[in-house]
Design a protein. Sequence first.
Lengths: 110, 177
Amino acid sequence: MNRHIATRPAPGILALCAGLWLCSPLAYAKTHIVRIEKMAFVPETVTVAPGDTIEWRNADVVPHTVTAEDFDSDTLESSGRFRKKLKGSKEIPYFCRFHPMMKGMIRIQK
Amino acid sequence: MMSRMIPLSALLVIGSLAFAHEGEVPGPSDAQIAHIVVTANSVDVDAGKLARSVSRNPEVRKFAEQMVTDHTAVNQQAAALAKKLGVSPQDNDTSKSLKKGGDENIAKLKKLKGEKFDREYVSNEVTYHEAVLGAIDQVLIPSAKNEELKGLIIQVRPAIAAHLEHAKILKKELDGK
C-alpha cells in the first residue's frame, strides 16, 4: 500500500497564504520620515495609513521632543530618532515640549 | 534705561564687528568666532540658570529652562567641532565684552525678585537675542572660513530666531499684566 506522507504544504495552500498576506495591510505598511530641522517638523502634516510607522529624525543642533496626548518621545538629542506605529483613524496633533511653537499633525486615514 | 545698559555695550562691540567685516578692519578669525559662539551661549546659560531658580512664573521658568538646554547643547556641539578641527577658541575683545555684559546682567538680576525680575530677565533676553542674531547674520556667518564652523552657525541660527520670538511673546504677556 502506498503511503503519501506530506512533508510540505501543497503548492495551492502556499499560494493562498501568499495571496492573503499580500492583501493584508501588513504587506503595505510603510515608514514615513519626519525631519526635525530649523525648529520645525518637516513635513508639518503627515498622512499615513493604519499600521504605518512614522520615524522622527532630529537634524537640529538642539534637543526636541515629539509629544502628543498619547505618546511622548522624551528628549531627542541631535541626531536622535523616535519611531511610532499608528493605529486607528484619526488626527493626532503633536508638538515639541521644549519649543511649544513647533507643531505637527498626523492624519491616519484608511 | 537700566535694562538696556548692559546689552547695549555688547551690541556696540558686536556692531563694530559689522564695520570690520565691511573691510575697514579684518573680521574675526575662526578661532575667535569659536570663542564668541561659546561665550555667547555660556552667557545665556548663566542667565537661564538664575532665572529658573529665582522666577516664580511658570512660563518664565519654562523659557529659562529652554535657554539652558538649547545653549548648552549648542556649546557641546561647538566644543566637539573645535576639537575635531583642532581649533583652540581664542579669547578676544568681543567675547570679553559679552562675558562682562553677562556678568553685569547677572549682578543686576540678583538684586531683583518677583515680577521685576521676570520683566528684566525677559526684556534682556529679547535684546540679547536680537544682538546675537545680528552678529550671526552680519559677521559670524560671512566671516567664518571653515565650512563646518560656518555650517554649525547656520544650523544654530533658527534656534536663536525661535528664542527671540518666544522671548518677545513672553515679554508681551508680562507687559500686559
